[in-house]
Ligand binder design. Structure first.
Ligand SMILES: NC(=O)c1ccc[n+]([C@@H]2O[C@H](COP(=O)([O-])OP(=O)(O)OC[C@H]3O[C@@H](n4cnc5c(N)ncnc54)[C@H](O)[C@@H]3O)[C@@H](O)[C@H]2O)c1
Length: 362
């Protein structure tokens, strides 16, 4: 090995052994869970913070073992040479721009869901991550929820046979009422960023994406055809749908019936998976199998294979492992893309009043 290569590999090894230096952009409601996870993990150093609101930066700084640099302009955080990893927890419409800028500055990135507000932007991020060779993870921490892991385990065991139909419902009240208010530069009007299409994309992209990811992880086949219906029927002044129904056919022959409402406090969420051999559903907290022949029985989960820590802690643990070992994250843009296609497809189907197919994503 030449001396220069030796010095470079020694420097990289030393960097890999040190706690990653993290800069966080966006210190709203969700940032609390990130800061908590980083505190619990104790394996990273938060060295920089950015938010438009300096009081939020000051508050976050109070909880850190050593004060981080603070920047009202996120570009300064990205330029900060001390920052190795950029964590983006801002509203969805900023994810594309901020992620690309961080990648181009040579940083690894953990960006909250959704990956981006449009399919074209999501592909851009995927391309840029490959081109720069940086690690990108999307904050889809439900991969580490016990509920989702239990369903996944049973489906992967083959106990249901080929999956034919999944029915999923998410009925709830509106979420995060104290959400950040976006000011429209054209009108000066202030609105919750979750209520506007240009800032949130859609309710399905902003909220349902977690449930849609659970479904696509179980199905493991691309979207083939989608039809959706929905609109705003309850909240005055809202653009993002408060009710929708989506039907998806996947290339494997599996189908999804998804139903959403955010004016249904107490409505609850649930999932039933129907295969050729059996039906899987949760009843009184327990996952139950209803075989085509024979009696219903508990699904027989191997608890030793289930996630055993806070989802966010597990998410960061895996992300930092990828950063250290320079291996792709399990939450890479590719993993976020398939469920995002359902949300983008629902928007297309409803606004253009048509059936969406795989061609729309070719
Ligand atoms: N994975 C999950 O379960 C989960 C849960 C909630 C939210 N989220 C995601 O986290 C992100 C943030 O959601 P939230 O609930 O914290 O929103 P929020 O409205 O509470 O906070 C958004 C923050 O971003 C800041 N911000 C806005 N523009 C900025 C800019 N240009 N530079 C720096 N900061 C800026 C705001 O000042 C505010 O502090 C969204 O992408 C959301 O989808 C994920």
């Amino acid at each position: 090995m030449h001396r220069r290569e030796f010095l470079l590999s020694t420097a990289l090894a030393a960097q890999a052994a040190e706690p990653p230096k993290v800069g966080i952009i966006g210190l709203g409601l969700r940032a609390g869970a990130h800061l908590d996870a980083l505190r619990q993990l104790g394996d990273a150093q938060v060295v920089a913070l950015s938010d438009l609101d300096s009081a939020r930066m000051a508050k976050a700084n109070q909880g850190l073992p050593a004060p981080a640099a603070t920047y009202t302009d996120y570009r300064e955080l990205i330029r900060d040479r001390n920052v190795q990893v950029v964590v983006i927890i801002t509203p969805g419409y900023l994810h594309h721009q901020m992620t690309l800028e961080a990648l181009r500055a040579g940083k690894d990135v953990l960006v909250e869901k959704p990956l981006a507000n449009t399919y074209a932007q999501a592909l851009d991020i995927q391309r840029e991550a490959r081109r720069t060779g940086r690690i990108v993870a999307v904050g889809m921490q439900r991969r580490y929820f016990r509920n989702d892991a239990e369903y996944q385990q049973v489906v992967d065991s083959g106990a249901l046979g080929p999956v034919r139909l999944i029915t999923y419902w998410d009925f709830r009240g509106d979420w995060n009422p104290s959400t950040w208010q976006y000011t429209d530069p054209a009108t000066g009007r202030r609105t919750s960023w979750r209520w506007l299409k240009k800032t949130a994309g859609s309710s399905e992209l902003e909220y349902s994406i977690h449930s849609l990811a659970m479904v696509t992880n179980m199905v493991k086949a691309p979207l083939q055809r989608l039809a959706a219906s929905g609109g705003v029927v309850h909240y005055a002044g809202r653009e993002t749908r408060d009710v929708s129904a989506i039907i998806v056919d996947f290339a494997s022959g599996a189908r999804l019936n998804y139903s959403f409402s955010c004016f249904a406090p107490g409505g609850g969420s649930g999932c039933i998976v129907i295969g050729d051999e059996a039906t899987l559903r949760r009843e009184q907290g327990r996952l139950m199998l209803y075989p085509r022949a024979g009696k219903p029985r508990p699904a027989g989960i191997d608890a030793s294979l289930l996630p055993g820590e806070d989802p966010e802690v597990l998410m960061y643990r895996e992300f930092f492992r990828s950063v250290r070992q320079r291996t792709p994250s399990v939450l890479a843009p590719e993993a976020a893309l398939e469920p995002s296609k359902i949300a983008y497809g629902a928007e297309l189907s409803i606004t253009e009043n048509r059936i969406v197919t795989a061609q729309d994503f070719a």
